[in-house]
Design a protein around this ligand. Sequence first.
Ligand code: PLP
Length: 390
Amino acid sequence: MDFMDEAGLATLLQHFAEEEKPHGAVVPPLYQNSLFVFDDCESFLIAHQQKPEGPPHHYSRLSNPTVEIIERKIAMLEGCEAAKAFGTGMAAISAAVMSCAEGGAHFVVVDTCYNVVKRLIDGYLSRFGVSATYVDGTCHEEIIDSIRPETKGIYLESPTSVFFKLQDLERIGKAAREKGVTTMIDNTYSTPLYQQPAKYGIDIVLHSASKYLGGHSDILGGMVCGSRERINKMVREEIYLIGGIMSPFTAWLLNRGMRTLALRLKAHEESANQVAAWLEDREEVEKVFHVGLPSHPQWPLFRKQMSGSAGLFSFEPKNQDPEWTRRFVDALQLFKIAVSWGGFESLVVPLHMSCRQEAEPRYVIRLFCGLEDVPDMIADLDRAFAAANV
Ligand SMILES: Cc1ncc(COP(=O)(O)O)c(C=O)c1O
């Protein structure tokens, strides 16, 4: 028996897919090359035709040994047969959506998903007759009832990353399979450590590796995980033809970042849970949106399908004057004003958004608790409340 057969996720993060050790190097080398050379015509032709018995690599747009390490690692963590790495999360998401689309295709999409996905469908793929029905997502029946004969995919993001709404992955996965519709999910919030959607029958698992997986705010990357058949088709089509792949150096940094993923997630989770609970008790706060709080309206579903909640959440201030939000955010010093999340640093984003399509927009402040000390985060927020309340 190999020690990895029964290893835990933190052990696998260190060792899986790293069995080859050229020169005994404990850190896998960076193969920063575009092409691979061959000794003779025959091996070149076998590689070029991508025959399984041939050399595995011939051009880095299709595969590269450094990139392959993180592809194998993330596929294994997600419980999927295969994965492919992309240059950004959006490159991964658009490749996955396009891999299911055809002229006139319809998608069912969670309405508070990462908003660039909506622009991809409504503002770009609409040129090819692609359309979407947007649903709240908290009711699985609404998702399934929105399926039409021309529906090619259901796009999920659970939890969503502003209002932190959950979708019931087991029910949606089962019903979609019965109807022959492909399901895909943006799993960036949870990472495979806190949620493995494939075990509930979700077909494609997507990541922006720019967030927790990379973990240091120094790379952009994306991942698509799924069955070998699906990923091989994507290599022949979206990867070979469109080519939005991850560079070897990014993959090397990503592998380094992922070594500490289990430790970092735990730290983000503990800090965010403390800060969110502190905010819940503040009189200036109308509502805290955080899956890690027992007050979350879908707490039983959170407990069922996720094993942790990490560092991102938001809150709605009672004072809906835009000036109050501006004063609050401008007064923060530790929480930096910036998009994205998942790195070492605490972040804040002021938003004006609706939590449902038909609802009025509200001012909402999204916080990301980084790896700093919790008392420093709370002191920073406390000062900001004082500055906003003047
Ligand atoms: C939830 C979520 N998914 C996907 C993306 C897109 O990822 P990337 O910026 O790596 O293209 C983002 C980016 O902010 C995001 O927040």
